[in-house]
Design a protein around this ligand. Structure first.
Ligand SMILES: [Ca+2]
Ligand SMILES: [Ca+2]
Length: 496
């Protein structure tokens, strides 16, 4: 598996991928884990489980393959719809994954319609594709639909038994899920888990009158995880949630039209006990959620520590673009600490719209006096409804070098522009078309602080660049770093 460093921009990642291709072409081998030689098997809706599982004589059920696959083996699932639950039986090894993969160019659907589940505790986690306490597995390209039998039934579930006994080295890629009672993809007690380039739609659909449990894409009580390149839409809970988890990256995802927070990082711990830490949220686009675009919280106690939110675009959410939340004071004096939080170089636009008769919302809010050592820097907060930045002020809060545009809000309610603000329109290229690159005359160009600024922008372009052609490279405010172009050259490049 290729583990890419935090902050490696999209452009650099492509260079790495291209580089890997050149190395393979030249006869070099990639690091172990992905492609050790093993047996290849096939499953088809026209197959028979009594056959040998070859291309000409495929098996009939995916579970029949799951009962047999050994380290290094791959099963290709052929076109068609499969009404079964799949539970892999064996683990791969460090240099030989077991792979479940849809045959190239075909669509294979695991469909829970009419499937009678085994006897689960109705409140227990379950999944139409369910991985329990296994390692070195890869699932690629499967479509999973109509996983509906209990409130806690996910499309694809990966779980360990506890923190010390996780499912580990699991890769879920190119999977799509539709109409699941609980999460489309749920990871519980995972270690070294990669969830990339999947599509999750209509998650949390237990009943028309009742949403299911959990978030659309859930990572819980896990560590060393990466959630990247996923599309999450039209879901009834939070879009992407990492809770009580450590050492993770959430990047390059697109989330919209969710009934709760778009991207949610929650300690979800116990008072004085475990929480969440060392999580980076970057290069995501979140819009049109029914609450906040991106939110950090300590709902049930524990500490949320060392979270970095940068290069994100969060717009047209009903409440706030980025919120450090005081959620949730359920029962008396539980501490909800958030420490060492950096919110930097994000672009937050037109948040705070709602269909209610009393709209409220803004760009960035810090609602909790228990936030310690937080930095809000180099963000564009533009045309958000009630305020641009509003905070409960504390001595360890730093707010500076933000571009503030629109209704500043009520200082009596914590509204502030912070230190060294740039005041005025950011001059987006086309805000109505959700293109928040900057026009050449933007006051955000070369106006940011270098302190803690990310070394690449949303597009993977290296920062800083000399965007105003004065001979000195300096960081831009917001998610995008603009190169210097004369105007007539700039326009077509921006329309790529
Ligand atoms: Ca610049
Ligand atoms: Ca310059």
């Amino acid at each position: 598996m290729l583990h890419l460093g935090e902050g490696v921009g999209r452009g650099v990642r492509w260079i790495l991928i291209l580089g890997a291709g050149l190395l393979m072409a030249a006869g070099f081998r990639l690091p172990p884990g992905a492609a050790a030689a093993g047996n290849i098997y096939y499953v088809s809706t026209s197959g028979k489980d009594a056959w040998p599982g070859t291309l000409a004589q495929p098996w009939r059920t995916i579970q029949h393959a799951a009962n047999r696959l050994q380290p290094g083996d791959t099963v290709y699932v052929r076109q068609g719809t499969y009404h079964e639950q799949v539970k892999p039986v064996y683990s791969g090894t460090a240099d030989a994954d077991i792979t479940y993969r849809v045959y190239t160019g075909e669509v294979a659907t695991l469909d829970g319609t009419g499937f009678q589940p085994p006897a689960y505790d109705p409140d227990a986690l379950s999944g139409l594709f369910e991985v329990d306490s296994l390692s070195y597995l890869r699932v690629s390209g499967l479509h999973i639909a109509n996983a509906q039998w209990y409130t806690n039934t996910a499309g694809l579930l990966v779980q360990g038994s506890d923190v010390l006994h996780p499912s580990s080295y699991i890769t879920i890629e190119g999977v799509s899920t539709y109409n699941t009672a609980s999460s489309g993809i749920g990871i519980w007690f995972g270690d070294h888990v990669q969830v990339g380039d999947n599509r999750i739609e209509q998650a949390g659909n237990y009943r028309p009158s009742q949403a299911g449990y959990q978030e659309c894409l859930t990572v819980s009580e896990s560590q060393d995880f990466a959630v990247y390149g996923n599309t999450v839409l039209n879901c009834r809970k939070e879009g992407i949630c990492a809770k009580q988890s450590h050492h993770g990256q959430v990047y390059g995802n697109r989330v919209w039209n969710t009934d709760a927070v778009g991207i949610y990082i929650d300690a979800e711990g116990t008072p004085g006990g475990d929480g969440g830490s060392d999580i980076a949220v970057f290069d995501n686009v979140v819009h049109d959620t029914a609450t906040n675009g991106i939110a950090l919280a300590t709902e049930t106690g524990g500490l949320l520590d060392d979270v970095r939110v940068y290069n994100n675009v969060s717009y047209h959410n009903q409440l706030v673009g980025v919120q450090l939340s005081n959620c949730c004071d359920f029962s008396g004096p539980i501490a909800h600490p958030l420490h060492n939080i950096v919110v930097i170089n994000n672009t937050l636009y037109a948040n705070g719209w709602t269909t209610s008769t009393s709209p409220w919302g803004g760009g960035i809010s810090i609602d909790s006096p228990e936030v310690e050592t937080a930095t809000v820097r180099n963000n564009i907060v533009s045309q958000n409804y009630t305020f641009q930045i509003a905070v409960v002020p504390t001595p360890t809060l730093t707010i500076d070098y933000n571009l503030v545009d629109g209704n500043f809000g009520d200082p009596g309610e914590g509204a502030t522009v912070g230190a060294n603000p740039i005041i005025g329109s950011p001059l987006f290229y086309n805000a109505g078309g959700a293109d928040f690159h900057l026009l050449p005359a933007s006051p955000a160009i070369d106006a940011a602080s270098p302190d803690l600024a990310p070394s690449a922008d949303f597009d993977g372009r290296a920062r800083p660049l000399d965007g105003n052609n004065d001979g000195t490279a300096a960081f831009d405010i917001g998610a995008y770093e603009m190169p210097y172009f004369s105007y007539h050259a700039y326009v077509p490049l921006c329309r790529r």
